[in-house]
Each structure stands twice: as C-alpha cells, then as structure tokens.
Write a protein that binds this ligand. Structure first.
Ligand SMILES: [Zn+2]
Length: 92
C-alpha cells in the first residue's frame, strides 16, 4: 500500500491509500465528491535512517565534486595461514 495525495479545489488536500502504481491521476474528493487532481509531495524524509541519509548526501556531493582516486587502495591484511575450516575439506 502506498499513500497518494490529491488536491480538491474546494476542500483542500486529502490522502488516498492504494497499491503502488494503481493511483489514478484524478480522484474523487471524499467531502464534496468533485474531481481532485493528484499532487506529488516528497516522501517522509524524516524517517530516512541516518546511514542512508549520509550515503545519499555523499552521492549527491560526488556529482559536482567527485573524489579523485590516484591509486588503488591498499589490500587488506590477510593471514598467511589458511582458514582452519579448509582442513576439513576432502583431499583429492
Ligand atoms: Zn472537495
């Protein structure tokens, strides 16, 4: 279910809940019964998790001021010994 918003010229805006992608462009005002056109408003950005909001800000900032990389990052340190679980694998 998604929430869609409509604007009645007489009564103001109201919300309509229906499945995603099934909202008509023109709705019926629940108060006066007249046609109401669908309006678009931003989603509830307040509920965006902080980690996602931070990632979105970095992505948007990188459009105009991308971080330039001049060399590959160092490889992570890996232990020289094989993982102990590999010892239990069948041998040819
Ligand atoms: Zn109305």
């Amino acid at each position: 279910m998604a929430t869609y918003e409509y604007q009645c010229a007489e009564c103001g805006s109201f919300e309509y809940h229906t499945a995603i992608g099934t909202a008509p462009s023109v709705g019926t005002c629940p108060v006066c019964g007249r046609e109401a056109r669908r309006i678009f408003s931003p989603p509830s950005l307040v509920r965006t998790p902080p980690a996602l909001a931070s990632a979105l800000q970095r992505e948007e900032a990188s459009r105009d001021n991308p971080a330039v990389v001049t060399k590959t990052p160092p490889r992570p340190h890996r232990p020289r010994e094989p993982h102990p679980a590999l010892a239990h694998l069948p041998r040819p």
